[in-house]
Design a protein around this ligand. Structure first.
Ligand code: ATP
Length: 340
């Protein structure tokens, strides 16, 4: 659906060259909800502007539905943009126009007959839950309602791709969740591929199936959300994951463990999906001369899977503990020894 091949973008500024994107490769398949996360300045907005053809790459190629965006003549680019709906952080609504007129705008520009516009706009407003707000003005709406109008407008031309530029960053946590639910519904029911850029890991956790982590213009880690969350490799990714998945012991408990520990190891076990940790722990308790104590457990629901984390203390002789560890390893369960 969207492909970036070795894409770099350099801006010339008074202070010199700014390398906003460096050798970025990315493949977004039909039906994906693909999240790009990074701190401010990582290059996320530049990436989105290349996908919708507002900027051309300095090097490399950007394809959308098989068409090379940098090379399209203006008339084709306009047609292509109808395939791509945009949702913005600050909603970008026209405050002097009603909700109805805002959603109708792309269709009016496209010279669609009035009757068809009316049918489509009313259907879209119903879809986003705002059928009773057609005559309201944007400043009479809450942030969440404004974003629903923005989404309805983005859907007006029947796009196959939705680009969301920090779509929930101006909203409170509860409203954020309701907008994410709406985006999930759009992806699922209308089979629209979504590319969402954000600095909030919560957004990735809730709706994305794939994620790319950006730092300083480059993609530093990429993959299925469950894999990246389960086993983050880079420090930046680890820091992002920590913001939504707790996998640490409280300070007081750590201190106590430091004092009391003798002949024991502390392990952090991570499992994806259904493999029961209870089964694993009872297995190792039975098979080896050890005792296990669960110190911490959490289950995180991701879009397509669950990630369970258990921190466990294993007591026993070093030999028995090593045997138990080898057994855990043989089950393909991710684990780390925790140094206190
Ligand atoms: N038109 C431009 N001219 C010069 N520099 C630019 C331009 N657009 C972006 N940049 C620079 O490119 C880098 C990446 O910016 P970009 O806006 O893509 O990052 P971002 O991850 O979206 O950050 P934010 O969330 O703050 O918007 C930054 O250093 C920025 O200052």
């Amino acid at each position: 659906m969207i492909q970036l091949l070795d894409v770099s973008k350099t801006f010339e500024s008074k202070a010199g060259k700014v390398h906003a994107l460096k050798h970025v490769n990315m493949t977004i398949e039909e039906g994906d909800v693909f999240g790009v996360i990074g701190f401010s300045g990582a290059g996320k907005s530049t990436l989105i502007r290349l996908v919708n053809g507002l900027e051309k790459p300095t090097n490399g190629r950007v394809f959308v539905k098989g068409q090379e965006m940098g090379e399209l003549p203006k008339s084709h680019l306009r047609k292509m943009r109808k395939e791509i709906g945009m949702v913005f952080q600050q909603f970008n609504l026209l405050n002097a126009k009603t909700v109805y007129a805002n959603v109708a705008m792309p269709l009016v520009l496209d010279k669609i007959p009035k009757q068809d516009i009316q049918k489509r706009v009313m259907r879209l407003l119903e879809y986003v839950g705002l059928e009773d707000k057609a005559d309201a003005y944007p400043n009479e709406l809450s942030g969440g309602q404004k974003q629903r109008v923005g989404i309805a407008r983005a859907l007006a031309t029947n796009p196959s791709i939705l680009l969301c530029d920090e779509a929930t960053s101006a909203l409170d946590p509860k409203t954020t969740l309701s907008i994410l639910e709406l985006l999930k519904k759009i992806n699922h029911e209308l089979n629209i591929t979504i590319l969402i850029i954000t600095h909030e890991m919560n957004v990735i956790k809730n709706i994305c199936n794939k994620v790319a982590v950006m730092e300083d213009g480059a993609v530093i880690e990429e993959g299925k959300v469950i894999d990246v969350f389960g086993n983050p490799q880079k420090e930046v990714t680890k820091d992002f994951v920590k913001t939504v998945i707790d996998d640490t012991l409280p300070e007081g408990m750590m201190k106590k463990l430091k004092r009391d520990r003798s002949n024991s190891s502390i392990l952090r076990l991570k499992t994806i999906g259904d493999y029961g940790k209870n089964a694993l722990l009872s297995e190792i308790n039975k098979e080896f001369d050890i005792t296990t104590h669960i110190l911490f457990a959490s289950v995180s629901e991701l879009r397509e899977n669950t990630l369970s984390i258990v921190i466990v203390e294993i007591e026993g002789t070093p030999i028995e503990r090593e045997r138990a560890l080898a057994h855990i390893q043989s089950k393909g369960i991710l684990y780390e020894r925790m140094e206190l």
